[in-house]
Design a protein around this ligand. Structure first.
Ligand code: HAM
Length: 418
């Protein structure tokens, strides 16, 4: 038997309800906030990610699924979708249609990471990008959108962590101070961080190692080195978040694993999830469009891991939504034919309906209705049917009664239809 690839799990019919619910809520919220969907290919030229995400990042250095195709072109399965969206934005001149372009996407991403709980090699993101404005209102709106999203899904344990990491104007000065302070305590750093010190020192700030955390505690933080415009941006963002009643905590150690970020960076964290607890990551990338060959254009966005959001849903969510539709149970050939026709009529009216095709006994059919989580059972018996009557059984409340067939169908359409 051939098995699936490690770190690339199947999403089975039992779980799909939760995924669909998360995606539905996201689509509806994106609509109200003025985001439209964009779909970009699963693979891109490798160069896009190297330039977009940054040469020294974990993703580009060790996690990309890169291959040569038949024409010996180097392609990469997308590890994220911000760079592809910016590529599409430039390639199709989307800025000509609106000065602020707001798009969202839902789909699989690929990273060759070590699989563990909440971390996969194929995973799924819901993400959004707002390209064309550096106004802090765009940042505030995105964070309000995410707060509303978690509220609608009744996920209560999330906390918004917010930071500003400055821009190319002020970051070099921070970097200089930070590297000096890390060099002074280099022996206390873990092996990874001693490497990071040379290649990507900011990542030391969010190392989970106990020793590194102690070293970082007293070290300089990006937010202490912000230039005047970055300070002003962050201050205004905080005011607007208060205005919209968006709750957050400042986390001055929050830096992100991709090189394109400037100013605002954020994560939504679920503390009950263990090590892989970031549900959402995002931030501003005011230099990315230019780095990918476009004119200077600010932008901001986020992406969430659907697997982690699904794992955070309240346990009773699926159970509550589960009982739906009508199972038509029949006794005898004539009743079955009538039932077959009724099922068709119900389906045409938008009601989930089914009947047995495996010759189960009536008891077996009722058991099946239960197993498949139908809300109602419509029972057609030979004698009853001659009088135009059927039995309607409520699988949730437990009662049952004999009523006229037409009335039963009418009621079911009313209660279970679209
Ligand atoms: P990221 O922080 O790399 O950012 O990923 C965003 C989210 O995707 C994470 O918070 C996590 O929920 C999920 N995720 C990432 N890697 C995995 C994995 N191996 N397994 C399961 N879930 C994972 C980005 O991707 C940026 N493009 C976000 C962004 C959009 N920034 C601006 N615009």
């Amino acid at each position: 038997m051939i098995k699936g690839v490690r770190g690339a799990p199947d999403i089975l019919p039992d779980e799909i309800g939760k995924w669909q619910r998360v995606e539905e809520v996201a689509r509806s919220i994106f609509h109200t906030y003025g985001y439209t969907e964009i779909r970009t290919p699963i693979f891109e030229k490798t160069e896009l990610f190297i330039r977009g995400i940054g040469q020294g990042t974990d993703i580009v250095e060790k996690e990309m699924y890169t291959f040569l195709d038949q024409s010996r072109e180097s392609l990469t399965l997308r590890p994220e979708e911000t760079a592809p969206v910016i590529r599409a934005y430039l390639e199709h001149n989307l800025s000509a249609r609106a000065s602020l372009v707001k798009v969202y996407y839902i789909g699989p991403m690929f990273r060759h990471e070590r699989p563990q709980a909440g971390r996969f090699r194929q995973f799924h993101q819901i993400g959004a990008e707002a390209i064309g404005s550096d106004h802090p209102a765009v940042d505030a709106e995105l964070l309000a959108l995410l707060q509303q999203f978690f509220h609608e899904l009744e996920i209560q344990e999330v906390e918004l962590h917010l930071n500003s990491i400055g821009d190319p104007g002020c970051r070099p000065r921070f970097r200089e101070h930070f590297v000096a302070s890390m060099l002074a305590r280099e022996p206390e750093l873990c092996e990874d961080c001693r490497m990071r010190l040379r290649r990507n020192p900011l990542r030391i700030l969010d190392c989970k190692n106990e020793g590194c955390r102690r070293v970082v505690e007293g070290a300089p933080k990006p937010i202490q080195f912000l230039c005047e415009p970055c300070t002003e941006h962050f201050k205004r963002l905080e005011e607007l978040l208060h205005l919209l009643d968006v709750k957050y905590v400042i986390n001055d150690r929050l830096v992100r694993g991709l090189d394109y970020y400037t100013r605002t960076t954020f994560e939504f964290v679920n503390k009950t999830l263990g090590a892989q607890n970031a549900l959402v990551g995002g931030g501003r990338y005011d230099g990315l469009v230019e780095a990918l060959g476009g004119p200077p254009t600010p932008g901001i966005g986020f992406a969430m891991g659907i697997e982690r959001v699904v794992a955070s849903l309240p346990k009773d969510l699926q159970a509550a939504a589960a009982l739906q539709g009508v199972y038509v149970a029949t006794l005898g050939r004539e009743a079955w034919e009538k039932g077959f026709w009724i099922v068709q009529a119900l389906r045409q009216k938008g009601v989930r309906a089914t009947l047995d095709v495996e010759g189960r006994s009536l008891k077996g059919q009722l058991r099946q209705a239960n197993k498949e989580k139908f809300r109602y059972c419509l029972i057609l018996g030979e004698d009853e049917l001659k009088k135009g009557q059927v039995t309607l059984k409520d699988m949730k409340e437990g009662g049952q009664k004999s009523i006229m067939l037409d009335e039963a169908v009418e009621r079911l359409v009313e209660r279970q239809g679209p």
